[in-house]
Design a binder for this molecule. Structure first.
Ligand SMILES: [Zn+2]
Length: 173
């Protein structure tokens, strides 16, 4: 099963976020995505989660659950991967229902949570897209970080033009 992802779709999705990578911090990035999607995104650490990450969506909010026992770098990667599923439109919203059992069924069937032994090709492509999303974001962060190191500027310069104090009119006359 070869993956046939369109890398441009992921690249364009990231460009359309219009995010200033020099300000990157995970929580800041989450807030930015929340604003774009006009939805709350809850990031929930679950120590010992059976898979690295799960994402699901309800009418109230988007949810990312991740294995909080993993090493920090892996946790960060998996949170970005799950976020990729939202940004790339892979996640169907699960309507809440009175029937808790049915709701659980819906959550498990519609969430980005799959047994890799019986994964469908469409799902596999979505996994590759989300993985590429995480990779590109990490690359953007590293690039912004490198640039800051090279230039010695850790905060973006707030360019302000000083108020004009000269008097050109005098020179003209
Ligand atoms: Zn995934």
């Amino acid at each position: 099963m070869a993956s046939k992802i369109d890398k441009k779709i992921v690249q364009q999705a990231i460009a359309s976020l219009n995010y200033d990578w020099s300000h990157y911090a995970f929580d800041h990035f989450v807030a930015h995505i929340e604003e774009i999607r006009s939805r709350k995104m809850l990031i929930i650490p679950v120590p010992g989660l059976v898979i690295p990450g799960i994402c699901t969506s309800t009418p109230m909010a988007d949810y990312i659950l991740y294995d909080a026992s993993d090493i920090p770098m892996a946790q960060h990667h998996h949170k970005l991967h799950e976020m990729g599923h939202f940004v790339l439109g892979h996640v169907q919203e699960v309507k809440t229902t009175e029937d808790a059992e049915q709701w659980l069924r819906d959550i498990f069937s519609k969430s980005q949570f799959r047994g890799y032994s019986h994964i469908y090709e469409k799902d596999l492509n979505e996994e590759h897209e989300a993985e590429y999303f995480a990779y590109l974001v990490e690359d953007k962060i590293a690039e912004a970080h490198r640039l800051a190191e090279l230039t010695g500027i850790s905060e973006p310069v707030n360019w302000q033009i000083p108020p004009f104090s000269g008097d050109f009119a005098k020179e003209d006359s």
